[in-house]
Design a protein around this ligand. Structure first.
Ligand SMILES: [Cu+2]
Length: 164
């Protein structure tokens, strides 16, 4: 009889339990539930841009270094030329050995940035209009490049891990 009653109760509460479980999963998926760990360092993928009128400032013929990190466009129909570069902002970040760190990186310019911090984080991707959180504990002091493998060579920052 006890088993029967338990089974009836389970059947009665099953829908409520299902709703509670699905709400819990929805909540876990919302950005404000994804708590950052340790110290949060805010970064952005940016694309500083400059340009000039050909008649005032001639288009520099010297090519920029190869790689998608630099782009120079010759004068358009109105005589305006432009130059851009992709970068991390800030370019240098400093943490302490043993510190738990979260990089919260927003994509501002460029559709996608496939990236790595060799020896610290194998790979992560920053997308425009989204925030990517990269969490790690800096185990060993040293200098580590923060590299976007698409926008070479300019989109490379430095992670400085200070000894304790
Ligand atoms: Cu990039």
């Amino acid at each position: 009889m006890t088993d029967m009653r338990t089974a009836t109760k389970l059947r009665r509460y099953a829908p409520a339990v299902a709703v509670a479980l699905s709400l819990a999963f929805v909540w876990a998926d919302t950005p404000w539930a994804q708590t950052a760990q340790g110290r949060v360092i805010y970064m952005a993928a940016i694309e500083p841009r400059g340009g000039a009128q050909q008649d005032k400032e001639p288009f520099p013929q010297t090519p920029l270094p190869a790689g998608d990190g630099y782009r120079k466009t010759p004068p358009d129909a109105n005589g305006r030329w432009e130059v851009v570069t992709y970068q991390w902002s800030p370019g240098t970040i400093v943490v302490r050995e043993g510190e738990a760190v979260t990089l919260e990186i927003v994509g501002i310019n460029g559709d996608v940035h496939p990236s790595t911090i060799p020896g610290i984080v194998d790979s992560f991707t920053v997308k425009r209009g989204e925030v990517t959180r990269v969490t790690f504990t800096a185990a060993k002091p040293g200098l580590y490049p923060i590299t976007c493998t698409k926008h070479t060579p300019s989109m490379q920052g430095t992670l400085v891990v200070l000894p304790k």
